[in-house]
Design a protein around this ligand. Structure first.
Ligand code: SF4
Ligand code: SF4
Length: 346
């Protein structure tokens, strides 16, 4: 742990010092909400943001990404250029946990070279959350309300200053651009007070301990709830598009009209869309919305945990905010729990 103090009045100077060397992505005001965008003016950075529409995942796994371009007339293939070294500024701890899951998914077993290249040149400055984003957050229930790894620098808001914890060599190097000061015993005392006081502001929203989630889903495969959700769901995929832990994509060749030149690109995909599970012969092995909803929640609380040792949900609440028919993880998981406790419906 290497702690320093950054006065809030010096935050813009820190960001301005990074801009000549890095692309800096951070939360900014956007259409009455907040979004992670490339920072051009340090004054645009809004570290007081509650949450963003899309998670910072889009910097590591872009919505659309060219893998390579090709030209049949010359038989040439050109690898896509990667963006410059990037600093993600102001990442909340739920999104930090989500990135740790993505790191696990894309760097073990079948390694994804594009993700690995982007991740290697991305530094993360995270931010301790001191208040819930809104009524949809359930990070405390999912164990993502704080983090002690996965970042290069972690920031804690002390009111008029941030205490910075640089845990990597790269994080220490970033501080060369920051007018930081040594911490005093009084700063340490303030930090401990801030961290102790935050917990009571966050409610537990699951009616059971998260360690019970995977076993609960195991006995809920035949719950009638899935059919109820299938009746309500619009199949719009908004819940998966905004999710920091969803990582499914589709790969397509996009050619010019002569079919001579083109690009192979990958785009985010969603298990909630009609044709996601359509295979050869037109067979769709997950045709009903009920089956798709069940698959979504099984992945969040069971399948991803079994495959990657991290839960597939970090409790950010984005899917709950995005869903027009009020299908939310908290309500689904609690309903399954109470069905099981009642003993009849699972
Ligand atoms: S499932 Fe919903 S609450 Fe959980 S991580 Fe995804 S968007 Fe956030
Ligand atoms: S956002 Fe809601 S309606 Fe849309 S696919 Fe997801 S659960 Fe269904």
């Amino acid at each position: 742990m290497s702690l320093t103090i950054l006065r809030k009045t010096n935050l813009s100077q820190f960001v301005a010092g990074l801009l000549p060397h890095y692309r800096v992505g951070g939360p900014v005001k956007f259409n009455g909400s907040y979004a992670f965008k490339d920072i051009q003016d340090p004054e645009d950075l809004r570290l007081d943001y509650p949450t963003t529409i899309l998670p910072p995942k889009k910097y590591l796994l872009p919505v659309r990404e060219t893998l390579f371009s090709f030209d049949h007339s010359t038989g040439s293939i050109t690898e896509a250029e990667l963006p410059p070294p990037t600093v993600l500024f102001g990442v909340h701890t739920c999104d930090l946990h989500a990135i740790q899951l993505l790191d696990r998914v894309f760097t073990r077993g079948h390694i994804d070279p594009n993700y690995v290249k982007r991740r290697k040149q991305t530094l993360i400055i995270s931010l301790e959350c001191l208040n819930p984003c809104d009524e949809h957050s359930f990070c405390k229930s999912m164990g993502t309300l704080t983090a002690d790894e996965g970042y290069d620098i972690h920031m804690i808001d002390l009111g008029d200053a941030y205490i910075l914890d640089a845990i990597s060599e790269e994080g220490q190097n970033l501080l060369k651009h920051a007018p930081v000061e040594p911490v005093t015993p009084k700063d340490m005392q303030r930090m401990n007070t801030v961290l102790n006081e935050k917990w009571s502001r966050f409610p537990y929203r699951l009616d059971f301990d998260v360690s019970e989630l995977s076993p609960l889903l195991t006995v809920s495969m035949k719950s009638p709830l899935w059919e109820e959700l299938g009746q309500r769901c619009l199949g719009c995929a908004a819940c998966t598009i905004v999710c920091p832990t969803c990582f499914c994509f589709d790969v397509k060749d996009e050619t010019d009209l002569t079919l001579t030149r083109g690009e192979r690109a990958r785009n985010w995909d969603s298990c909630q869309l009609d044709d996601f599970a359509t295979v050869a012969g037109g067979h769709n092995f997950r045709q009903s919305k009920a089956l798709r909803q069940r698959h979504r929640f099984m992945r969040k609380g069971k399948y991803i945990l079994a495959a990657h040792e991290y839960l597939g949900c970090v409790g950010c609440g984005r899917c709950a905010r995005a869903c027009l028919v009020d299908i939310t993880p908290v309500k689904v998981f609690n309903e399954l729990y109470h069905q099981r406790e009642a003993g009849g419906r699972s």
